[in-house]
Design a protein around this ligand. Sequence first.
Ligand code: NAG
Ligand code: NAG
Ligand code: NAG
Ligand code: NAG
Ligand code: NAG
Ligand code: NAG
Ligand code: NAG
Ligand code: NAG
Ligand code: NAG
Ligand code: NAG
Ligand code: NAG
Ligand code: NAG
Length: 581
Amino acid sequence: MAPSVASFSAFVLAGLPLALGQFVKAPTNWTHATGYSDISVRYKEVPTGICELNSTVKSYSGYLDVDTNEHYFFWFFEARNQNPKDAPLTVWINGGPGSSSMIGLFQELGPCRVESNGTVVNNPYSWSESSNMIFIDQPAQVGFSYSTPVPGYTDPNSGSIVVLSNTTCPDYAEECGTYSYPNTTLTANSTAGVAPNFWKGLQGFMGAFPQYSRHEFNFATESYGGHYAPIINQYIEKQNDLIANNTLPKAHHINLKTVLIGNGWYDPLIQYQAYYNFTVFPGNTYDYKPFNESVSTMMYNALYGPGNCVDMTKDCYARGINSVCSFADNFCASNVENVLDVFALRDEYDIRELSPDPFPPTFYVDYLNSPMVQEAIGAYVNFSESNSAVSSAFGSTGDDDREDGTIEALKSLVHDNMTIVLYAGDADYNCNWLGGEVVAEEVNAPGFSTAGYTNITSADNVVHAQVKQSGKFSFVRVFESGHEVPFYQPLMSLEMFDRAIHGKDIATGRRTVKGGYKTSGSAKSTYREGNSTVQFEVVNATATYNTTLNEPDATSAKKSFKAANKRRLFKPAKSVVDLTS
Ligand SMILES: *[C@@H]1O[C@H](CO)[C@@H](O)[C@H](O)[C@H]1NC(C)=O
Ligand SMILES: *[C@@H]1O[C@H](CO)[C@@H](O)[C@H](O)[C@H]1NC(C)=O
Ligand SMILES: *[C@@H]1O[C@H](CO)[C@@H](O)[C@H](O)[C@H]1NC(C)=O
Ligand SMILES: *[C@@H]1O[C@H](CO)[C@@H](O)[C@H](O)[C@H]1NC(C)=O
Ligand SMILES: *[C@@H]1O[C@H](CO)[C@@H](O)[C@H](O)[C@H]1NC(C)=O
Ligand SMILES: *[C@@H]1O[C@H](CO)[C@@H](O)[C@H](O)[C@H]1NC(C)=O
Ligand SMILES: *[C@@H]1O[C@H](CO)[C@@H](O)[C@H](O)[C@H]1NC(C)=O
Ligand SMILES: *[C@@H]1O[C@H](CO)[C@@H](O)[C@H](O)[C@H]1NC(C)=O
Ligand SMILES: *[C@@H]1O[C@H](CO)[C@@H](O)[C@H](O)[C@H]1NC(C)=O
Ligand SMILES: *[C@@H]1O[C@H](CO)[C@@H](O)[C@H](O)[C@H]1NC(C)=O
Ligand SMILES: *[C@@H]1O[C@H](CO)[C@@H](O)[C@H](O)[C@H]1NC(C)=O
Ligand SMILES: *[C@@H]1O[C@H](CO)[C@@H](O)[C@H](O)[C@H]1NC(C)=O
């Protein structure tokens, strides 16, 4: 029996993305496999104690070689408490664009968490309690994924990788390491651009591990995943059609059943406007008004004044020109979205906290940069949470300001009878629930407009969320939760996930959902938390978050204005969904 806690030496709170200056030794001793569609896969079995602490539950990591010089890192965990060969398979990806899926694994819903002293602890609310789970870093160069590994360093001012010609670390570089060569050609620059290689990655994994891929397939994501999920899954369905008529003889049908999207960025025209709604009118449910009259009218004008954010975004939608969309996005991000950061000094991902917000903690970044962990998982490059080459590739097409057909794609998935859950933590400003709710209405699933909000039951008898559901389509508003919902509401998140993938109603998990199922209740979700969990001082960087009280633990929360975490303060120019996911 594995010990419940694995020890790991502590490297606490270094301010830079790469905590340890080190070059990564190329991993060896791969097991090679050829997946479906001839995709090559290299993997290792990950030893017990590197995240999964139960020795009877297996874990594998490695690379899916989706294209010449494009290698996607994956980390797979068997389902717990059941025969994993009988369990469904779920993929989780983070957004960004450019954010690593290790964010979801280590801060949200994976089998473990890393504490401030580097100790790995079990996450009893891991989604692997219900499903086999695979986490994929994509597109190429994100997280542990790579094009080609090169020596380099991160420029602290721009966040860009600067390549070195050899492994001598010059004195002008604060810290050197091994990075993916930052070539914006060897990745994707748009939502449509990620779908083919993502599909190839799944083909690779499913062929290399058929024992974990026999049953249903589910797709879960957040944030920029509001773009990724609809488009990737529509692509998967189209590939399935080609497989059905023998156009792709080496490919494998992917048995897609469920799509879950947390705090998604779907439709910028709706969601840029929602920044005003969330802060000014009608406001959030925390009775918190961040702006005075003058700032409120400034934000309103930046949105609706002639030629401003709304007009520019409509122009982007109408003409679809890269420079128009890119310019519009930069304008909206700086003049609308960023008003919260500048005038209220608050965390866009959780309005209850001032910046720098210590939650969710980032101790796992140092863990993933330790040679011991990198060797165990076969990493070729050092780890960073967000990749600037990928975010600038997407920036060049203005993808963030485009709707990209996400709502039509969601409609097509509804038509294909997929279970779809759009959920949103209601303290997140970045991809806030007011905008998410309008998107859910626009999808216009049969019966949805006349369904009502009802409380979701939980094993702890606390109401953590409300749902409006019609047939297999639902919208969930999660109380007392920032952007990364499974961090703030772990029990409800696991229950919601488990109910969704088993075709049960989200509200109770007791009924099998059929076409005519519909929740009843009020048309709007009116519950108000009030301001008792809103913080009015910066929280200590080593504080812990209490998911029962929905605020920092009192003993850990001693306020500090000094414990500034540079990583959170430094924001790339276009900050929309870059930073966390
Ligand atoms: C190489 O991998 C095999 C099987 O995956 C394992 O049994 C062996 O111990 C590994 N060797 C080294 C040197 O890590
Ligand atoms: C380890 O996992 C196995 C298989 O899921 C399970 O039966 C067992 O109870 C787990 N052990 C612990 C200590 O959680
Ligand atoms: C790490 O901190 C936790 C409490 O957060 C404590 O239980 C554990 O013993 C510590 N481990 C080490 C190795 O210091
Ligand atoms: C490494 O590269 C630098 C800069 O190009 C050069 O000055 C130095 O001599 C090189 N060192 C070695 C050991 O090749
Ligand atoms: C980026 O990769 C492409 C495709 O391999 C190559 O043609 C191009 O020269 C590379 N660009 C740079 C700056 O290295
Ligand atoms: C985006 O990528 C596509 C496909 O690789 C390429 O044809 C296009 O030129 C790129 N767009 C920009 C603005 O770089
Ligand atoms: C297979 O289906 C696709 C689209 O559904 C169509 O474009 C293609 O022509 C079909 N091919 C064959 C061989 O029937
Ligand atoms: C979806 O479900 C409905 C009702 O159960 C059924 O009539 C329809 O054929 C299904 N559509 C697809 C694409 O499977
Ligand atoms: C924001 O408020 C305006 C005016 O009340 C309303 O028309 C719009 O639908 C709201 N949008 C969102 C995303 O809540
Ligand atoms: C739903 O939950 C909220 C929050 O706990 C509570 O105030 C309300 O009374 C509940 N409504 C019903 C119908 O149980
Ligand atoms: C919190 O809300 C209460 C009641 O709505 C209000 O009286 C109080 O001023 C608010 N506190 C702050 C700090 O905004
Ligand atoms: C932050 O919390 C740690 C651990 O509880 C404590 O040692 C430290 O003094 C606190 N810092 C401040 C500035 O309160």
